[in-house]
Design a protein around this ligand. Structure first.
Ligand code: FES
Length: 288
């Protein structure tokens, strides 16, 4: 299978991609740390969907148009669309940096290869644009350079897609979790009456792990695995009626699991909790 070869090729870049990715991680954290709402906006917290994945289609579509217009020898139109494609590519790159900031391990390695390929692609497109300046009679060179860049952007898009489809980066960790309207017994590490106030406590509900938080007479329950990248919410902290993930700081409202802060872009599964006659607890997933 071709994908196995390509995966080995991508991961074979670890010697430079790992240290380069770690370096990028540090400056991106320093950059976005003081402007977290901006990063949330770029991640897509406001949309409930990753923005980068949608925006990347724009430059690819425009660059496809450049090929067609070059073939038709529509010079002015090809050059104008090339400029738009370059601008769209810069926008997609800036948005992608927000997602890249929170990658770890193999996802960071492959995202580094993806980002590097895209920067090289951008430079090659800029070269094509420079070669078009003055509308030379013979446009063979800029057209060939554009085609080369299109090959590079295709390779870069493949690696970027791999980060999502093969590694699940920015994919909801609860994509395949069923709703399940049945009440099930909650397994707690202590009697329900001793559930501590305002402290995340891990519990089991069938095959799922939950995090329970008692606030006065109400017991809130969310799935324990963070929707962003699977962080353990039972190790999180309570802030303004939300639970904050210890890994990248996403916040989910205790009462309904709604996303309050990124980098997650999806809500967290929430559960209704009720007391049983024997002094235990039962829970079932809330409908969204
Ligand atoms: S795993 Fe990233 S914020 Fe929870």
């Amino acid at each position: 299978m071709l994908a196995r070869f390509l995966t080995r090729l991508i991961d074979g870049q670890a010697a430079w991609a790992r240290p380069f990715g770690d370096f990028n991680h540090r400056w991106l954290l320093a950059l976005f740390g003081p402007i977290r709402p901006v990063k949330d906006f770029l991640n897509g917290t406001w949309l409930g969907h990753p923005v980068h994945a949608a925006v990347t289609d724009v430059p690819i579509g425009l660059f496809t148009g450049v090929i067609l217009l070059d073939l038709l020898n529509e010079r002015a139109a090809a050059d104008a669309v090339l400029v738009l494609g370059i601008l769209a590519m810069v926008a997609a790159a800036v948005i992608g940096l927000a997602d890249y900031t929170d990658t770890d391990g193999t996802a960071r390695l492959r995202a580094t290869v993806h980002g590097t390929l895209m920067v090289v692609t951008l430079l090659v497109y800029l070269l094509s644009l420079a070669l078009r300046v003055g509308n030379p009679v013979d446009r063979t060179a800029p057209v060939i350079v554009s085609l080369l860049a299109y090959g590079l952007i295709t390779a870069g898009a493949y690696v970027g897609g791999d980060v999502v489809y093969a590694l699940g980066n920015m994919v909801s960790r609860h994509a395949f979790r069923g709703a399940g309207a049945k009440w099930l017994p909650v397994e707690l590490p202590m009697p329900a009456s001793e559930l501590p106030e305002g402290t995340p406590t891990k519990a089991k509900l069938g095959v799922n792990n939950l995090v329970l938080v008692r606030m006065g007479t109400t017991i809130h329950a969310l799935h324990e695995q963070c929707a962003h990248a699977g962080g353990p919410l039972s190790a999180g902290t309570i802030v303004d009626g939300c639970i904050q993930c210890p890994w990248h700081g996403s916040r989910f409202r205790l009462e309904n699991g709604y996303l309050a802060r990124g980098p997650a872009v999806y809500d967290q599964p929430a559960y209704e909790v009720r007391a049983t006659e024997k002094g235990g607890l039962e829970a079932r997933r809330r409908s969204t």
